[in-house]
Design a protein around this ligand. Structure first.
Ligand SMILES: Cc1cc2nc3c(=O)[nH]c(=O)nc-3n(C[C@H](O)[C@H](O)[C@H](O)COP(=O)(O)O)c2cc1C
Length: 199
């Protein structure tokens, strides 16, 4: 029989933060990607993104995106959003409610941009904003660089479209699946309070 008290729930939470940390440099870790949901005029929209950073006190997650994208426009109107992670091997889901902060052309974006490889910078040099309707398919990359990396100097053109989304985690729900009773709980208020939930 499983027995989980508030102290062991906090241990599970800390263990999951360590898994998230590992995923930053390990693309085999399923938390390397997550599903990010925004609200578009009362309609939910979700998509996959790559987790780029985790910071504590307060707990925050970061990912990179094109400033012209729909998700950025949605966050400008409503900063409330959510992040969903699932590890199929360990059968663990993390469901986070967040508030977003859009970083554009500041110290943080400059630091991250400087470390962004040329191959990734190319995506931000796309002639069309992401999500523009096309009469027919085209790769939406600079013609000159379709099959190769951009030259360093040219790649700087992408910076004007580069942004970093910071997610301030307001609540953190964990569900760990077990045949003899799933463990489900939520942490709020600085993640010191554990609330068990039926599953
Ligand atoms: C595996 C995978 C990783 C992705 N990572 C990102 C990412 O880190 N940032 C991003 O903006 N889009 C990423 N995308 C593309 C998004 O899922 C989405 O299609 C795109 O950002 C447009 O979303 P939007 O129109 O809702 O803004 C990724 C897609 C896949 C399949």
């Amino acid at each position: 029989m499983i027995n989980v008290d508030k102290k062991s729930a906090i241990k599970i939470f800390k263990r999951e933060l360590n898994f998230i940390r590992d995923s930053l440099k390990n693309s085999e870790n399923p938390f390397h990607f997550f599903y990010f949901t925004t609200i578009n005029n009362k309609k939910p929209e979700n998509r996959t993104v790559v987790l780029r950073d985790l910071k504590l006190d307060p707990l925050r997650l970061f990912f990179n995106t094109d400033f012209r994208s729909n998700k950025v426009n949605e966050l400008k109107k409503n900063q409330l959003c959510s992040a969903l992670f699932y590890d199929n091997k360990r059968r663990i889901q993390l469901r986070l409610n967040c508030e977003s902060n859009i970083h554009k052309n500041n110290k943080l974006t400059k630091t991250i941009w400087d470390k962004t490889p040329l191959q990734s910078r190319k995506c931000y040099m796309a002639p069309y904003a992401p999500g523009v309707h096309l009469k027919q398919w085209e790769p939406n990359l600079p013609k000159k660089y379709i099959d190769c990396d951009p030259e360093k100097k040219d790649s700087e053109l992408g910076y004007k479209n580069f942004s970093v989304i910071e997610l301030l985690i307001k609540s953190f729900e964990i569900i760990e699946l077990h045949y003899n009773g799933h463990i489900r709980f939520k942490l709020e208020n600085d993640f010191k309070e554990v609330e068990f939930l039926s599953s």
